[in-house]
Design a protein around this ligand. Structure first.
Ligand code: PLZ
Length: 441
């Protein structure tokens, strides 16, 4: 057994730190659990009271290669012996170039590609929009209901959910149009993916016609909604969008910040539909725990901003580049992708039995990116956010760290490190099952 609880959860030391946190840290940051972490390894977390947890959150989809993945830690150590920072604008360094070249090689598409590095997912999104506008000379950007793209002004404007992401922070950026997302479970009238896809695409076309396709620089979409509740867009919807963008010379931006690097069982989620984006935003899993993000895409688009037009002091930090190169090597040569595929194959079947709980309205996802949507009853589909909160609490009090998602906060998402062992997976799922038994029966 991995889980080992020595105190009640949260323990006394976590409680003390939480009291200090209330005094020192801004209120606006939320926590999934009140547990303060001391160390991590693989899919296991140990807190400051010596309690051991199984981690189904992976630092919010970041630690796909696990906590303290050995090659990542080695790469960080090695780079720390040389220099920690240089700023690519001042004195460029090899790691930045190597990482861009590796991303260009791995990203979908046979055309010439180039990359740009930043620090966070939001920054990647900001820069993708800047690049698309510079390349097209057009103002508008189309995004989707239930989408999440970050917390900076453009990224927040593109994000759909009002509470807590936008409330009180307006005015937002102009030039943004929001179209419906093909959320099959909640689509009015039909749940058939092909009908939802067709109806949703018709609505998308209408919103774009209203602004004029020749005014649209880019569309940005998550191939599988992350924060929005792990909703995969039907392949046909992404394909129709792709064709529309090609026809109207609109830049197709796939936001793979959460879906990238094995989460869906493929290196990138777009692979399932065969859609090749013009630009892709990447972050989270890329750095193996170090902060780094990227925009990768068509060379002629990436080269549109003038020299000096994009950049930043910290973008593509050398230590983060070294970590990311180690992660990419794990993906290419190591067994990370193999384990991702194995997990992606096993998980859906393993979760299907949870349908026996009456409040489980939908079980869905792509690959290892799986989620349960809880409802008060299956007929009305009224979201049951309280049940989700109760299950999550039940779980962390019993040694499993788990996160919610969804516009209505009523989705439980599974984001375990892809390197989780079979034993840890089963142990974690048993805790989840006991939570559902109690609060979702
Ligand atoms: N695009 C698809 O999932 C970040 C948000 C956590 P940053 N998702 C986690 C929170 O509460 O802020 C995300 C994403 C997609 C962009 C982002 C933004 O990435 O690294 O958090 O800026």
């Amino acid at each position: 057994m991995t889980i080992s609880l020595k105190t009640e959860v949260p323990g006394p030391r976590s409680r003390e730190l939480m009291a200090e946190r209330q005094a020192a840290v801004a209120r606006g940051l939320s926590h999934v659990t009140p547990v303060f972490i001391a160390r991590g390894e693989g899919a296991v977390l140990e807190d400051v009271d010596g309690n051991r947890f199984i981690d189904f959150a992976a630092g919010l989809a970041v630690l796909s290669a696990g906590h303290l993945a050995v090659p990542v830690v080695e790469a960080v150590r090695e780079q720390s012996r040389g220099f920690l920072h240089a700023c690519f604008h001042v004195t460029p360094y090899e790691g930045y170039v190597r990482l861009c070249a590796a991303l260009n090689r791995l990203a979908p598409g046979t055309f010439p590609k180039k990359s740009f590095l930043a620090n966070s997912g939001a920054e990647a999104v900001e820069n993708a929009v800047k690049i698309a506008r510079a390349a097209t000379g057009r103002p508008a950007v189309v995004c989707f209901e239930h989408g999440f793209h970050g917390r900076t002004y453009m990224a927040m404007t593109l994000t759909a959910k009002e509470r807590p992401y936008k409330l009180g922070f307006g005015p937002f950026n102009p030039g943004v149009v929001r179209a419906p997302f093909p959320y099959c479970y909640r689509w009015p009238g039909t749940q058939d993916p092909e009908r939802v896809s067709a109806e949703c695409f018709a609505a998308f076309e209408q919103s774009v016609r209203d602004v004029g396709p020749d005014q649209v620089a880019a569309i940005i979409i998550e191939p599988v909604l992350g924060e929005g509740g792990f909703v995969p867009a039907p392949a046909s919807f992404l394909q129709k969008l792709r064709a529309f963008c090609t026809e109207h010379k609109i830049v197709f931006i796939a936001d793979e910040v959460q879906t990238g690097f094995g989460r869906t069982g493929e290196l990138f989620a777009c692979a399932r539909s065969g859609v090749v984006p013009d630009l892709m935003t990447l972050a989270k899993g890329l750095g193996g725990g170090m902060p780094i993000s990227a925009v990768v895409g068509r060379a002629e688009l990436m080269d549109a901003p003038m020299v000096g037009g994009i950049g930043g002091t910290f973008g593509g930090n050398p230590v983060s580049c070294a970590a990311a190169l180690a992660v990419l090597e794990l993906c290419e040569q190591g067994d990370l992708l193999r384990r991702a595929r194995a997990l992606a194959e096993k998980l859906p079947g393993r979760l299907a039995v949870l349908r026996r709980f009456g409040k489980v309205g939908d079980i869905r996802g792509q690959g290892a990116m799986q989620a349960l949507e809880l409802v008060k009853d299956r007929q009305s589909k009224e979201p049951d956010q309280e049940a989700v909160a109760a299950v999550i609490r039940h779980c962390y009090e019993r040694g499993l760290i788990l996160m919610s998602a969804g516009t209505y906060g009523n989705v439980i998402r599974l984001l375990m490190p892809l390197v989780i062992t079979d034993g840890q997976l089963e142990e974690g799922l048993a805790v989840l099952e006991s939570g559902l038994e109690r609060f979702a029966g």
